[in-house]
Design a protein. Structure first.
Length: 158
C-alpha cells in the first residue's frame, strides 16, 4: 500500500517531464531527491541542534560534529533509500533481495566513504561551512550512485 501510494504520487507529476526523462529516471530523481533532501535536513538538525556543533567524545575516538551528523542522517536514509530503490525505482530487477541488498550496501559504502572524504576535504582544507560542504558532496556522489545502482545493484540477470 505504501509502495503503491508513493508510485502514484510520483507518477502523477511525471507527464510534464516525460519528454526529458524516462519514467525510471524520473522515479530515481524523485525518490533519490526526496531521500537526499531528508538527508540534508537531518544533517542540518543533527549538526546544529542535536550535536550543537560539538565534538562527540566516545571511549575509542573523538568524532567531529560534521562527521557525527553525517553518520546520524545515514542511519535513517540508508534503509529508506534501499526500500525506495528496490520497490519504486528498479522494480524490474530480478536479482534476489539479498544480492540487491549486498550490492546496494557496497555502493552505499563507497558513497559513504566518498562523502566522508569530500566533507572532510571541503570543511578542513577549503573551509566550507559544513552544510554547504554536505550539499556539494551530495551533488558529486549522486551521479556516482545513480549509475552504480542502475547498472550494478539493481541490474537484471541474463
Amino acid at each position: 500500500m505504501i509502495r503503491q501510494t508513493i508510485i502514484s504520487i510520483i507518477d502523477f507529476f511525471y507527464p510534464p517531464f516525460s519528454k526529458i526523462f524516462d519514467k525510471q529516471t524520473f522515479r530515481y530523481a524523485a525518490c533519490g531527491g526526496g531521500n537526499t533532501m531528508l538527508d540534508i535536513f537531518l544533517y542540518f538538525i543533527s549538526y546544529n541542534f542535536i550535536l550543537q556543533k560539538q565534538i562527540v567524545h566516545t571511549p575509542i575516538i573523538d568524532i567531529s560534529p560534521y562527521i557525527a551528523a553525517f553518520m546520524m542522517s545515514f542511519v535513517i536514509t540508508f534503509p529508506l533509500g534501499f526500500y525506495l530503490m528496490r520497490t519504486v525505482v528498479f522494480v524490474e530487477s530480478n536479482l534476489r533481495r539479498r544480492v540487491q541488498f549486498f550490492r546496494y550496501f557496497s555502493v552505499v559504502l563507497t558513497s559513504f566513504l566518498l562523502n566522508y572524504v569530500f566533507i572532510k576535504l571541503f570543511v578542513e582544507y577549503f573551509h566550507f561551512y559544513p552544510t554547504i560542504a554536505k550539499i556539494v558532496t551530495t551533488i558529486i556522489v549522486v551521479g556516482f550512485s545513480y549509475f552504480s545502482q542502475r547498472n550494478f545493484s539493481f541490474s537484471k540477470k541474463g
